[in-house]
Design a binder for this molecule. Structure first.
Ligand SMILES: Nc1ncnc2c1ncn2[C@@H]1O[C@H](COP(=O)(O)OP(=O)(O)O)[C@@H](O)[C@H]1O
Ligand code: SF4
Ligand SMILES: [Mg+2]
Length: 329
């Protein structure tokens, strides 16, 4: 069966002006490939600026790709806003970090859940649309009396639930969640994650779940891709990846998370901030920060390839590494 979403060699560059009037290309996403099956969750992690949001916008057809191909439900995704694009966009919805920015401050939240149904001509009549929106309100755990409230009258968690109801009312098969909980308090964030899991079990949509919070990704994802400077450097099932990372960058990310994710691992402090993607280091882009770098790393770019346990990694040392030692959680 073909996957719900398949992304092949996706790239996006931005021209940027440098000091002195020079123009250079910034490689925000640079040759990313993955597939996502219906009803499953792919987590994407990596430091700020590594290209996660750009990848999300490309998948949703909100931004044209410089290179590569995206197929969703067997159809090519482009950023040309025609009929086919609108039909596809109904089936793939987005939830991002700031629900207040995503909502219209002048409209009661219930109306904002009804609105997509009206725009897409779904459900005959206002009553049916209202009923459908109320059912989604209930599904995301909002009381019906909040239907007439305005966004500023709700809490951050309630607003993110409204955004979810509005995304789900169209019956999408894919939800792209870009840092959906990073603006929420820890306890509210945990509730929203549980809700996302419940909604997936109930409605069966797939998630592309972007976060810099490894613990959350471990909880929610079936598969995790670790990005560094626009590329996937390691990919695999969360338990394996977080308990026994093979790529030194994943190892450093995991080691920065307090136990239990870190286990007995030493914290690896990465030297310096990620380099500017306009001046991407040659060879392995991670080499200036990598505690394990060897001479070859400066010269040769490691390809992402299959390593143990159905995992992928892009590191010259991985084949020669001893089998990763599991660390108890
Ligand atoms: N419109 C843009 N013009 C120029 N550079 C951009 C633009 N959008 C993003 N970038 C750059 O692309 C890189 C990836 O950004 P982004 O995808 O937002 O990363 P992330 O979501 O992982 O933090 C960053 O270096 C960012 O500065
Ligand atoms: S290829 Fe070299 S620099 Fe890159 S992650 Fe592996 S050891 Fe580090
Ligand atoms: Mg982002």
């Amino acid at each position: 069966m073909s996957p719900l979403l398949s992304v092949d060699d996706l790239a996006r560059q931005y021209p940027v002006a440098m000091s002195g009037g020079q123009r250079r290309l910034l490689h925000a996403v640079d040759g990313v490939s993955f597939t996502l099956a219906a009803g499953r969750t792919l987590g994407i992690v990596g430091e700020s600026g590594c290209g996660k949001s750009t990848a999300a916008k490309l998948v949703l057809g909100l931004l044209p790709a410089t290179r590569g191909a995206i197929a969703f439900e067997g159809e090519p995704v482009t950023a040309t806003r025609d009929r086919a694009w609108r039909a596809l966009r109904r089936r793939m919805q987005m939830v991002h970090q700031d629900p207040l920015a995503a909502l219209d401050r002048r409209l009661p939240v219930g109306e904002q859940v009804v609105e997509p149904l009206t725009i897409h001509g779904l459900e005959a009549g206002q009553d049916a649309r209202q009923q459908k929106a109320l059912a989604l309100f209930e599904a995301v755990g909002l009381r019906p009396d909040l239907f007439q409230r305005y966004p500023h009258e709700l809490s951050g968690g309630q607003r993110q639930r409204v955004v979810l109801a509005r995304a789900l009312v169209l019956g999408p098969s894919l939800l792209v969640c870009d840092e959906p909980i990073s603006a929420l308090d820890v306890s509210v964030a945990a509730q929203v994650i549980n809700l996302l899991q419940d909604l997936q079990a109930r409605f069966g949509m797939a998630y592309l779940f972007i976060s810099h919070d490894l613990k959350v990704v471990r909880q929610i994802a079936d598969e995790v891709a670790v990005m560094y400077l626009g590329r996937i450097v390691e990919q695999g099932p969360p338990e394996a990846l977080f308990h026994a990372p093979t790529h030194p960058y994943t190892e450093a990310l995991v080691s920065a998370v307090p136990t239990p994710l870190r286990g007995t691992r030493e914290r690896i402090i990465l030297q310096s901030d990620p380099p500017n993607p306009v001046e991407r280091p040659g060879g392995c882009a991670f080499h200036p920060r990598c505690p394990r770098a060897i001479a070859r790393c400066r010269e040769e770019t490691p390809a992402l390839r299959q390593v143990a346990d159905g995992r992928l990694a892009a590191c010259h040392l991985v084949p020669s590494m001893a089998a990763p030692v599991p660390v108890a959680a």
